[in-house]
Design a protein around this ligand. Sequence first.
Ligand code: SF4
Length: 195
Amino acid sequence: MFKLLQQVARVGLCTEAPPADAGALEPAATRVHADILAVLGRALTIRQVDAGSCNGCELEIHALNNPYYNLEGRGIRFVASPRHADMLLVTGPVARNMALALRRTYEATPAPKLVVAVGDCGCTGGIFGAGYASCGAVAGVIPVDVAIPGCPPPPLEILRGILVATRRLAAPARAAGSAALGAAGEAAVAAGRRS
Ligand code: SF4
């Protein structure tokens, strides 16, 4: 016990300081909360898919789920099934053994079916590239709406990418003067985000 207390006194507090630019995100995050409610009328739900990453990007996604970032307070939730998800958050170069599973996950996701590729690997294949075991970028396997570079990208960048994708969803619905995303809105979103 004494040794443990000695170590605690020696090591001190390990917690990192909050990101310097976290405050700059607040107005945008507040607006996106309103956008999510206007378009979906409920929380934005995200299914995370590791398609072959080194898990570095997952650590940052875990960090994003800390209370500090207040994701659930902003109306954003991670879910366990693509059938309950509005958005897929995909990490890693797509391993050839994961390509079919990723496609099936995409097909199982209902509209609006947003896809955000996370990290250099998700954007381009990164240090792994494409080869006998890797398909490379996520966009080579399923359609991607937003790509977030970085190896790995920090939590704030991942949150920004999620917000950008959500805004794309909100814009057509606003233009149609609709508070809820109906069938016509979904078609407009699908056409707009693939162009
Ligand atoms: S982008 Fe970097 S941290 Fe993320 S999966 Fe690739 S190598 Fe790992």
